[in-house]
Design a protein around this ligand. Sequence first.
Ligand SMILES: Nc1nc2c(ncn2[C@@H]2O[C@H](COP(=O)(O)OP(=O)(O)O)[C@@H](O)[C@H]2O)c(=O)[nH]1
Ligand SMILES: [Mg+2]
Length: 216
Amino acid sequence: MDVEGSGLGQVAGEVPSLFRSEAPKTTAIAVVGDTGVGKSSLINAVLGRAVARTGIGAPVTHGADLYIDEIRGLEIWDFEGFHHGGVDPARHLRQTLREVSQIRRSKVFDAVWYCWSATGHRITNGQRRLVRQLRRDGHHVVGVMTKVRVQDGRVHPTDAAFARILESAKLGLSDPRIYTTAAVDDPWGGYRRHGISALLGGTRALVEDRRSARRR
Ligand SMILES: Nc1nc2c(ncn2[C@@H]2O[C@H](COP(=O)(O)OP(=O)(O)O)[C@@H](O)[C@H]2O)c(=O)[nH]1
Ligand SMILES: [Mg+2]
């Protein structure tokens, strides 16, 4: 069939430009935190399909893996978890971030999701140091609590209390709020998936605020 002659070629040619004008600006997010906190599971939940590897036991992410959702304009980097006691996590993180921005050249991260697990219930000095370093390096750090227990729309009181502790810990986060999330339904505990769209919406709002502040 003569596509050009039928006019279909013209229509097909217009579609990408329509998409371009409608498409949101890409939001680049780095997901960081200790091994096993649930970074890969969170990314799966955000992207809505099982794309990031998850696992019990040995860390399955090495360096940083990139996942792109072109339709929603998302570029999500799954960072290797920090194993305290191994390589200095601050140095490792800084080096990986530098390598990634070299690969992407013009692109820096719009936001870093720093993840704490609700099962940990503590902030370590190492974590404080990492958040401070990210801030010093100019990143916008958003605090995320993973593996939160939610029943009937209510966050478990212990997890909610830990979120308040993180919020008042003077970590220098870019968003004063800690986003409570659960990446998966947990039928054994009777807990539900939670907080994914609030985290994404909050991050996008923060990024958009920064972009318009820069334009002013
Ligand atoms: N119950 C529950 N388990 C989770 C949740 N998120 C992650 N996990 C589990 O925690 C383990 C480690 O998760 P993973 O995403 O691989 O952590 P990562 O090392 O930070 O990438 C896996 O067994 C996940 O199934 C959650 O929201 N709720
Ligand atoms: Mg992982």
